[in-house]
Design a protein around this ligand. Structure first.
Ligand code: KIV
Ligand code: ZN
Length: 402
């Protein structure tokens, strides 16, 4: 498996994976995540600094507020491409082009549903008519900007042969990027990867465009699917900070970036400055008021915290025994040793030393007994508790602890 991947990526022309951030569009459209223009400007400046390649700033036709946000973001972003979403509708495209007119690198992101279910129930249309609308939307977008991304909504459940025909038609019409969304988060990684491979092998002109992964997390596979996509030839991943987004969310930016960094044999890179990931996560979490689950990969409060005695002892001896990445690489200052009733003497000695107490073996034995009494009553033993324990130990052992 690994050998196949290596051969495959060595044959790829470009090992750079573009990071397309849609926190301000697919992420922000979730109830409770609404941001005002000022907050969006702060986040887009941060995303630019983080090193993402594309910022999807909004859906300009959806409201005057979103139009204004996309306009203002277009004015301030210095490095990234600024993108606006549209349906395959002329007025949407015209409005998006207007909102993007100040962008240094503008991109229109237009598209239409391509699965049989979307064609039948959303549009009451036919496969041929959908191709016609897709081509018209791309050609019209092209009259405003050079960079046009096409999305085949629900591509995850679209028949590959038909999807290939749609892709070929929009490439001919001028699309520069082809987005293959797993809109409902249904695909398995093998299936999503195979879809990318099928398109690469069966669509004329595909070598001239960038294939993009846009995965939702309904079955918890958004990250795995996006990685399967890039292993099979996609060179853009659409994602959000903290994985926020519709229903179970989008692919988490911090996760795909760190997967590629921690697996160098894949020979795939991003331009993201990973040391800014944790602070960016906090910025988004706080401005949206959307908490991050403590066990969330990379940016959750417990992502680098160790609480069982066996793990703590291992990490104190050598961090790599239980950590596959350096917390500093994502902007977390250090691994946390959390003291609970499952912690051992090594963790208590380590934590005590951190706050100024050097214990002899006898003192540690006495301290550990006191520690367990508190730990059985509390979820966590904090530094204040340790100070209290040390007073008792000094009395008991008749030796001052220094
Ligand atoms: O999930 C999806 O299909 C989308 C498209 C609008 C790109 O967000
Ligand atoms: Zn989406």
């Amino acid at each position: 498996m690994i050998i196949n991947r290596l051969i495959f990526t060595e044959n790829m022309q470009d090992n750079k994976v573009q990071i397309f951030d849609t926190t301000l569009r697919d992420g922000e459209q979730v109830p409770g995540c609404k941001l005002d223009t000022a907050q969006k400007l702060v986040i887009s400046e941060r995303l630019d600094l983080l090193g993402v390649n594309v910022i999807e700033a909004g859906f300009p036709v959806s409201s005057p507020g979103d139009f204004n946000s996309v306009t203002q973001i277009s004015k301030i972003v210095k490095n990234a491409t600024v993108c606006g979403l549209t349906r395959a509708v002329e007025n949407d495209i015209k409005v998006a082009a207007e909102a993007l007119k100040h962008a240094k690198y503008p991109r229109i992101h237009t598209g239409i549903g391509t699965s049989d279910s979307h064609i039948k129930f959303k549009f009451n249309s036919s496969r041929e008519a959908v191709i016609e609308r897709a081509v018209k939307a791309v050609a019209y977008s092209k009259s405003f900007v050079e960079d046009v991304e096409f999305y085949a909504e629900d591509a995850g459940r679209t028949d590959n042969e038909y999807l290939a025909r749609v892709c070929e038609a929009v490439i001919k019409a001028g699309a520069t990027v082809l987005n293959i969304p797993d809109t409902t988060g249904y695909c398995l990684p093998e299936e999503y990867g195979a879809k990318m491979k099928y398109l690469r092998e069966n669509v004329k002109g595909i070598e001239n465009v960038t294939l993009s992964c846009h995965c939702h997390n309904d079955l918890g596979m958004a990250t795995a699917n996006s990685i399967a996509g890039v292993i099979n030839g996609a060179r853009q991943i659409e994602c959000t900070i903290n994985g926020i987004g519709e229903r179970a969310g989008n692919t988490a930016l911090e996760e795909v970036v760190m997967v590629l960094k921690q697996h160098p044999y894949l020979n795939l890179e991003t331009s993201v400055n990973t040391k800014l990931l944790y602070d960016t996560s906090i910025m988004v979490r706080e401005s949206m008021g959307m908490p991050v689950q403590p066990n969330k990969a990379i940016v959750g409060a417990n992502a680098f915290a160790h609480s069982s005695g066996i793990h703590q002892d291992g990490v104190i001896k050598n961090r790599e025994t239980y950590e596959i990445m350096d917390p500093e690489d994502v902007g977390v200052t250090e691994s946390a040793i959390v003291l609970t009733a499952r912690s051992g003497r090594a963790a208590l000695a380590y934590r005590s030393k951190k706050i100024g107490y050097e214990l002899t073996k006898v003192q540690l034995d006495i301290a550990y007994e006191e520690f367990l009494k508190i730990a059985d009553k509390q979820k966590e033993v904090k530094d204040d508790d340790i100070h209290a324990i040390m007073k008792l130990v000094s009395k008991d052992s008749k030796v001052a602890i220094v």
